[in-house]
Ligand binder design. Sequence first.
Ligand SMILES: Cc1cc2nc3c(=O)[nH]c(=O)nc-3n(C[C@H](O)[C@H](O)[C@H](O)COP(=O)(O)OP(=O)(O)OC[C@H]3O[C@@H](n4cnc5c(N)ncnc54)[C@H](O)[C@@H]3O)c2cc1C
Ligand code: FES
Length: 278
Amino acid sequence: MNQVNNPYLPELATVKKIIDETPNIKSYQVVLNDPEKMKNFVFEPGQVGQLSLFGVGESTFVINSPPTRMDYLQFSVMKAGEVTAALHELAEGDPVGVRAPLGNWFPYEEMKGKKILFVGGGIGLAPLRTLILFILDNRDDYDDITIIYGSRTPPDLCYKEDLEDWEKRSDVNLILTVDAEYPDWEKRIGFVPTVLSEVAPSPKNTVAITCGPPIMIKFVLEGLAQLQFKDEQIITTLEKRMKCGIGICGRCNIGDMYVCKDGPVFSLAQLKQLPSEI
Ligand SMILES: Cc1cc2nc3c(=O)[nH]c(=O)nc-3n(C[C@H](O)[C@H](O)[C@H](O)COP(=O)(O)OP(=O)(O)OC[C@H]3O[C@@H](n4cnc5c(N)ncnc54)[C@H](O)[C@@H]3O)c2cc1C
Ligand code: FES
C-alpha cells in the first residue's frame, strides 16, 4: 500500500463490524477507506499490521482473516494496556489507522501435501485462524488437519462461530479443552500441552504450528519433542514488542535478526540459532 512513499504513514480505514469474542478480546473487521487500495491490498497468512488511533498510539496485531476472503481485514485485540483499551472503546463506523502488511508469513507452500497440526491457546488462535481458513479454502492441497485449542474457561475461547464450523466438518479434527471444570462444559478438561500428549499426533509427514501464552508454548514444544517432532517440523510466532515494524528502529531485534521483518513466523530450528535473549 502506501509503504512505497512513507512507510510510517497509516492508511485511513473504517471499522465495519465489531465482534465480542471473549470478556477481554474483540475482533474488528476493517476496510480501507480508499476502495482502490482495498481492492489491491495483498497479504500472506501470518502477516501483521499496526492499528493506530489518533492521539493514542499504534500496536501490532496479526491480520487474522485469510487472504482468500478479502471483504475486510480482521484484527482481534486483547485488552492489555493503553492502546488496546482505547481500541476497545471503538464503535462500528469509527476511523482507525492501518499500516500493513508487515513481516513474514507461514510457509504454506512448503506445507502442501502434509498433515497440519495446530496447537493454540487463548488469543494465540488469532495467527492460526488466518492459516486454518486459508488451508480450508485450499483444502485439496493439504492432508489431515488437527486443531488442539484451549483456554482458561469456555467463555475465553475465541472465534466461537469458527469453532462450531470446524467441529461440524468431517475433514477437520478439532479438540477443544479448558483448564478446569465449568458448568455445562462436556468436552475435554486439561491444559493444552497435557491434551497434546494425550492425543499424541504422529510426526510423520506433519507440520506443527503453535501459538499461545509463553508458558503454554514452552510445554507444547517439550510435548512435541517427546512425540518425536523435529525442530524443523515446528513453527511458532514471536510476539516481541515492535515500533517501526519495518526493520529500522531496532526495537525488536534479537541478535542481528528483526522480529518485525524476519518474523514473526519462525521454525523452532531457526529460533534455536538465535541468542538466548528471547
Ligand atoms: C507480531 C505480533 C503480533 C501480535 N498479534 C496480536 C493479536 O493478534 N492480538 C492481540 O491482542 N495482541 C497481539 N499482539 C500483542 C499486542 O501488540 C500488544 O498487546 C499491544 O501492543 C499492547 O499495547 P497497549 O498499548 O495496549 O499495552 P502496553 O501499555 O504497551 O502494554 C500492556 C502490557 O502488555 C504487555 N505487552 C505489550 N506488547 C506486548 C507484546 N508484543 N508481547 C507481549 N506482551 C506485550 C506489556 O509488557 C504490558 O505488560 C501482537 C504482538 C506482536 C509483536
Ligand atoms: S520494530 Fe523497528 S526494527 Fe523491528
